[in-house]
Design a protein around this ligand. Sequence first.
Ligand SMILES: C[S@@+](CC[C@H](N)C(=O)[O-])C[C@H]1O[C@@H](n2cnc3c(N)ncnc32)[C@H](O)[C@@H]1O
Ligand code: SF4
Ligand code: SF4
Length: 490
Amino acid sequence: MSRPFLSLKEDNERTLLSEIKAKKPVLTALPPRCTFELSWRCNYTCKKCTYSSLDRGKGFSAAQLPEWPWEDVERLADEVFPTMRYTESTLLGEPFLSPQFTRLMELYRKYGVYYRPTTNGSLLTDEKIDLIAGVTDWLKCSFDGHNEQIYERLYLNRNFNTVAKNLKHFSRARDAMDPYPWFRVGLVLTRSNLFHLKEYADFVFQEIGVDDMEIMCLNYSNEPMADEFYWDIPERVNQLMDDLIDHCITHRYRLRLAFTRMPRKDGTWIDKTSVERSKEIADTQPRADNTGFERYSDEVRVGDIFGNKEQLEEGYVWSNDMRITRVEADDGSNVGVCEFFTRPFFKPPTTEFDGKDWIKWESCGSCSTFVFGNLKEVSFRELYNTPMVQEVRKFLYGKYAMPRDRWMLPCKHCLCVDQIYSYRGNGRLNVGVRMFPGEDLYSYPSRDLQRRLINRGWGYFRRHGFLPAAKMTYHFLKDYYEGRKGSQAG
Ligand SMILES: C[S@@+](CC[C@H](N)C(=O)[O-])C[C@H]1O[C@@H](n2cnc3c(N)ncnc32)[C@H](O)[C@@H]1O
Ligand code: SF4
Ligand code: SF4
């Protein structure tokens, strides 16, 4: 079956690469992929999740949160879908809950865009599988426990058997799908599942039939999940990760990791850094058996022309430390092709500081700190080359020639630079900071705020470790922005 707009997508990507290599602040080529989050709406109340959200008070239900109005979806799709290869909904809400899902899939088919959901799996029924067939080339299910007890402890419901059944069914149903979707499960590491990682791996590969499993770090999002922290036992975590890595290599399971070594609470490393350990694994692991790879989409196998792909052909264990993407510019310097260039982040509707309804174009998926404008009022193409966007582009082209302490604030603390958050590497987290057009991108809104942040952050950091400190910073900044600007969410 031929794919609509494919040659336009390929041309666009080539143009984008040449414009970045030429370090152009004004781009004509559009992003080849995006994070498109239709809504925060969700049918679950997971213990770990800030959107669910155990700390939002009695009566709160994420099932009621707003979605993009359809006319805005169509407007954006008309602008960016012809040149787009795929979109991801990896961050917010439960994608299969949307009442607009059927026509959304029609829109993706019309423009030849692949749809990549991250889901809790509870609604992945036959009906949904029919809708995504031919459109989904990659799917991730967030799946934190491999048995009823762990699942119930973390998801606060008894849905384990339904979800496990749905996932097994989806894995088999892929045989009738073209493209054949890459199937990933993602586990957010918690105290409850940390000691069962090898059993988990056996379950997801042997019983469910996934292509790979990912382990993500737990971010602190609410008080009720505090007993799931493991930052007090980094040595133990490192040992368990090493055991898992060996297990996966022995059994030929593909494993994707956020980190291969965890630092101590104070940010110092135990015998080696995560980057060093990742390099050691990359250098010593056996080459993976890639039989059958041709059935996946080009986007899965090859990634984009910047090398952003979803799997590793060279080996079984792949960590974030191994995938920082750079291109050589025409002048011989290096440009980090971060998500700002390749993956804008379109967020669900909010009401912002000006009291208006916003649909924000933020950058980037991993930090979402710059807010470039309101897509309810201005088209993406108009926003695409505004002074703020050009300022960020110019900075990114010269970033590696500059000492890090002089970088723009969001980039200084970005996951695209150091793939594991540590106070040593990244300094203070970006969590909760939003920089709107017209603001100084190199400093926090006021010296006073900065001082208060440092005082609170360090006290918290000393007592609890860096991730709780980040969350505290988030709440503090959220209060601050609500007071100053009335930002309601995200
Ligand atoms: C918020 S969910 C939205 C998509 C979908 N509802 C799901 O659960 O897969 C996006 C991802 O964030 C992860 N997540 C939720 N709370 C988290 C936390 N406190 N720390 C790290 N990841 C978290 C989920 O496991 C999931 O992979
Ligand atoms: S299913 Fe996803 S969005 Fe919903 S509460 Fe759980 S982690 Fe959050
Ligand atoms: S914060 Fe900066 S370096 Fe990180 S993804 Fe955004 S623009 Fe790129």
